[in-house]
Design a protein around this ligand. Structure first.
Ligand SMILES: Nc1ncnc2c1ncn2[C@@H]1O[C@H](COP(=O)(O)OP(=O)(O)OP(=O)(O)O)[C@@H](O)[C@H]1O
Ligand SMILES: [Mg+2]
Length: 273
């Protein structure tokens, strides 16, 4: 389950995820501002949350009074990633951002500090600077003033910054030269393709209790159709397979044919490019 309570299934460490990890590590190491852009549903948010260990950390950060035996491991994970993940709320003011982001960074720093000095008494020494990177998801929501605020944090503290958004984000940002001139990297997050798409499809196939045989013409044809419809987009694949499962069950079928795939298509809103 993710923070929205939606089931997310098993995370697949794809090549794109590994590329994202490399990109994030470089931004963190060199303390740049990095932009990560890619179509809706390709997996940007999941990769970033994974990098920041955010599925683990979020419950701890949201409930500062909780005491759980697993908390020490979460603090250790935060001490490894040194990253705070932040999703700006829609219509949030800069004041909201300032308050929430400052609190978020402060909490992550305290947790890292607690991990680093866990054997000492009175471990809160000076936790400033323990966070080395900030990741902003849904960066389109940031106003010009919010970007100014982030630039100020970047300049003052030397923290690395990643903004995640849709293609076109870099164009919008280029209208703000002071921010844009500090951007060191732009990273495109791409959809699944080739062998990797087949790998993910095979997993989906198995989750339906079926086997995929690439030497079988019907399977190969169905795969080609799915690849074409989804363009290797993770979210679309997920949805398509929910529909395939439904149609197989209703019609008491056990083979995913091109026709089955075509039938699911009508139930999907495929508007993603
Ligand atoms: N590495 C992965 N392993 C397993 N499932 C994944 C992976 N990446 C993405 N998914 C699936 O695809 C869905 C969409 O991923 P995600 O929310 O990260 O996309 P996004 O690029 O952030 O999209 P948006 O631009 O709309 O925010 C996830 O909910 C999940 O079901
Ligand atoms: Mg996202």
């Amino acid at each position: 389950m993710n923070s929205n309570g939606r089931p997310t299934g098993t995370f697949i460490a794809t090549k794109e995820h590994r590329r994202f990890v490399e990109f994030a590590s470089a931004v963190r190491k060199h303390r740049y501002i990095g932009l990560c852009y890619g179509a809706a549903g390709v997996g940007k948010t999941l990769s970033a949350r994974r990098y920041a260990h955010w599925d683990l950390a979020e419950p701890l950060l949201e409930d500062r009074r909780r005491r759980d035996p697993g908390d020490a491991d979460i603090r250790a994970a935060l001490a490894r990633s040194r990253t705070a993940f932040y999703t700006p709320a829609i219509f949030a003011t800069v004041r909201d951002l300032r308050i929430n982001l400052t609190a978020r960074i402060g909490h992550v720093e305290l947790d890292i500090d607690e991990h680093l000095h866990r054997d000492e008494k009175g471990w809160i020494v000076d936790s400033d600077g323990l966070v080395e990177m900030l990741i902003f998801d849904e960066a389109e929501r940031l106003s010009l003033t919010a970007l100014e605020f982030i630039r100020d944090i970047f300049d003052r503290t030397g923290v690395g910054v990643i903004l995640i958004g849709m293609p076109g984000m870099e164009k919008r940002l280029s209208r703000y030269p002071q921010f844009y001139s500090r951007v060191g990297f732009a990273h495109q997050y791409r959809p699944l393709a080739g062998d990797e798409l087949s790998f993910v499809l095979t997993r989906h196939w198995r989750s339906l209790g079926l086997d995929l045989d690439e030497a079988d013409f019907t399977d190969t044809q169905a795969i080609a159709t799915i690849a074409r419809i989804t363009g290797g987009n993770f979210r679309l694949l997920q949805r398509l397979f929910v529909q395939i499962d439904r149609i197989l069950k209703i019609n008491d079928l056990s083979v995913v044919t091109e026709e089955v795939v075509a039938a699911t298509r009508t139930a999907l809103v495929v508007g993603v490019t």
